[in-house]
Design a protein around this ligand. Structure first.
Ligand code: CU
Length: 144
């Protein structure tokens, strides 16, 4: 019987495969914990716009955020004003309206957005243009 020479090579191959599988699993775990769909990127649409709001820091306190809006053709929206009102509908309170400033084509930046407690918030986003004002409400979970 020549069992020893035959088993030596398959065992090394099995070890190599096990190491590769372990590395792949580790990489997937690391990537999914960092990437994935972040809860601070909110999307919605109005009659005329697609809206994305990226909240810098969705935790209790004051945060900045970026509103991106495109029109029905996918072109950057031309808005004369963008406002954000944080609301906590289940508790019947809101914090102050913040007016965003233009930060590029279809991009608007707001600072000083107040999220005064943990829980389920909504951002009421107002989009004003020459054609009228449209509104979208986006859910924002806020952690402590
Ligand atoms: Cu509250």
């Amino acid at each position: 019987m020549t069992t020893l020479p035959r088993t030596a090579r398959p065992r090394a191959t099995v070890m190599l495969i096990a190491v590769v599988v372990a590395v792949v699993i580790l990489a997937v775990v690391l990537l999914s914990s960092r990437g994935g769909t972040p809860t601070n990127v909110l999307t919605g649409r109005t009659a005329g716009y697609r809206v994305t709001v990226s909240v810098d820091d969705p935790r209790v306190g004051t945060t900045a955020l970026t509103v991106t809006a495109t029109d029905g053709h996918g072109a950057p929206a031309r808005l004369s004003a963008v406002t954000i009102t944080p609301i906590m509908p289940t508790m019947g309170h809101a914090t102050g309206v913040v007016t965003a400033t233009a930060a590029g084509p279809g991009r608007y930046r707001a600072t000083g957005v107040e999220l005064s407690m943990a829980g389920q918030w909504e951002l009421d986003v107002g989009l004003r243009a020459a054609s009228g004002t449209e509104q979208v409400v986006l859910a924002l979970p806020v952690t402590g």
